[in-house]
Design a protein around this ligand. Structure first.
Ligand SMILES: [Zn+2]
Ligand SMILES: [Zn+2]
Ligand SMILES: [Zn+2]
Length: 323
């Protein structure tokens, strides 16, 4: 279990650092589902194949949002999307068929691939069935084009049956297949905002870890209300410490309210919010000072040292039981 949560954390770090770099390069980021044989539906998340259910966790946490849907054919018996197509003989269901350029002898009706008819030096064909000579195309013989020949029952046909088999060997006709709808995702504002503070979070977490604190970067937590949060820096403890940090362009009128709700929704916690100095003081009045501490900085990326100092001061006070 511990291993699994560690793995999930490293995927988060990969995800947010990749978002950060992709946005800096102005890349359009979208996660589209595709079929990987033997696995099923996966999403390419910055070079890592992530199964559908794992990406759903990102959606539940608000890191990605749905932009559309695509359908995949699936087995009506087991739901498998790893399907294999076979062309089969409509007469005997054999899969031992060949695609050939066909020739038909009108006299006897014999049809086979062109190579089965012997072509003499005078440019005439000989029918392998009746032995007659065929001189004129359209009169003695026809060239209907490509078709299929069953190597087991010798039937010649233009349209083969299509058989679809899943990994569990359930055989179905195309028209019997079901469709599975899968979401196409894009980045949410939340993940863009988190990725922007990625470096600051790394530095802050590193400094707090040096103090011997149990720190989780981009922690995934569920509030009492059931809402999932991604906390930039979370310090485990009694009470725990939630450090919220967002770039200025992502802080709007709703931000203080959302933060207040989050502070109350996660029980036995104290919140530190790092805000830009431009943040309007009247909006701060919404915060309960017992529950929320505010640090204001001029420019986040230039003042990470100041942030670290301030956080350590608050953490120190907390350890001494002052807050
Ligand atoms: Zn199946
Ligand atoms: Zn056949
Ligand atoms: Zn013939």
């Amino acid at each position: 279990m511990a291993e699994q949560s560690k793995r999930l954390r490293s995927i988060d770090t990969h995800f947010l650092s990749s978002v950060y770099h992709a946005l800096r390069r102005n890349e359009h980021v979208e996660f589209k589902p595709r079929i990987r044989q033997d696995v099923g539906i996966v999403y390419d998340v910055f070079g890592v194949d992530v199964p559908e259910d794992k990406l759903k966790i990102y959606y539940d946490r608000g890191l990605i949002e749905i932009v559309g849907e695509v359908s995949f054919p699936s087995c009506p018996i087991c739901g498998d999307t790893c399907l294999h197509i076979f062309l089969v003989c409509p007469e005997c269901n054999s899969r031992n068929i060949e695609k050939k350029d066909l020739l038909i002898h009108y006299d006897c009706g014999y049809t086979d691939s062109v190579e089965e008819f012997r072509l003499s030096s005078e440019g005439v064909y000989h029918c392998p069935k009746c032995g007659k000579v065929m001189k004129r195309v359209g009169i003695d013989y026809g060239r209907p084009g490509f078709g299929f020949i069953c190597r087991d029952c010798r039937t010649v046909f233009q349209v083969p049956l299509v058989e679809v088999e899943c990994e569990k060997n359930h055989k179905n006709r195309v028209q019997q297949l079901e469709v599975r709808r899968c979401s196409v995702y894009r980045l949410s504002e939340k993940s863009k905002s988190l990725s922007q503070v990625f470096e600051q979070v790394e530095i802050l977490a590193y400094e707090l870890e040096k103090l011997g604190l149990d720190v989780v970067k981009f922690a995934s937590l569920k509030g009492v209300s059931g809402v999932a949060y991604t906390i930039p820096v979370y310090v485990k403890g009694d009470p725990s410490l939630i450090i919220e940090i967002a770039p200025e362009e992502f802080i709007d009128e709703r931000y203080p309210l959302l933060m207040s709700i989050e502070a109350v929704d996660i029980p036995n916690s104290v919140m530190i919010i790092i805000l830009p100095s431009s943040f309007r003081p009247e909006l701060e009045s919404i915060f309960n000072p017992e529950k929320v501490k505010i640090i204001k900085v001029e420019n986040l990326s230039n003042s990470i040292d100041k942030v670290v100092d301030e956080v350590i001061k608050i953490v120190g006070a907390r350890i001494l039981g002052e807050i």
